[in-house]
Design a protein around this ligand. Structure first.
Ligand SMILES: Nc1ncnc2c1ncn2[C@@H]1O[C@H](COP(=O)(O)OP(=O)(O)OP(=O)(O)O)[C@@H](O)[C@H]1O
Ligand SMILES: [Mg+2]
Length: 143
């Protein structure tokens, strides 16, 4: 499907930038006139993915988080969130609800489950020591 708008952002892995990423994505999709729940679902999914880059990808270090957005002709929003951090050895296991490698930090292991329940499609590609890319797709309104 044809892309009718796109954007690119990058920012340092600081926790305050989680709010920045949410607000930027909200502004990007505003022209689609999303419902309150469509908007809050996508913002929540973006927060989870960006938080994962910060707390897991760049665990104990810092780096750059890359975010791109696309809107297609049929009102699909595609958001990619990428880090060049530690990566994930077993993506299938990482995506299981309640799986976490940071229980001591009181992580619940629910980030991917939240992304999946709030988006139509979630794809994760990752390579250990190279980083992780999460792609979120959501239809806004009708085609
Ligand atoms: N960007 C990433 N880089 C490296 N590892 C990641 C990344 N995102 C997720 N992971 C791994 O996948 C696991 C599951 O992620 P998920 O977001 O579901 O749970 P969590 O972050 O541990 O807990 P919660 O999101 O509930 O606070 C993480 O514990 C971590 O091991
Ligand atoms: Mg998480």
């Amino acid at each position: 499907m044809k892309t009718i708008n796109e954007m690119k952002l990058s920012f340092p892995s600081k926790s305050r930038n989680e709010a920045f990423a949410r607000a930027a994505v909200a502004a990007f999709i505003a022209a689609l006139d999303p419902t309150v729940s469509e908007l809050s679902d996508l913002k929540t999914a973006v927060s989870e993915a960006v938080t994962n880059c910060i707390v897991h990808g760049y665990r104990r270090t810092s780096g750059t988080v890359y975010l791109t957005g696309k809107i297609t002709e049929d009102n699909r929003v595609i958001i990619k969130i990428r880090d060049k951090g530690v990566g994930i050895a077993d993506v299938k296991q990482a995506m299981e609800p309640l799986f976490t490698t940071a229980p001591e930090e009181e992580r619940a292991g629910l980030g991917f489950a939240v992304m999946q329940s709030f988006c139509d499609r979630v794809r994760v590609s990752s390579k250990p020591e190279r980083g992780t890319t999460v792609t979120l797709e959501k239809q806004i309104g009708h085609e």
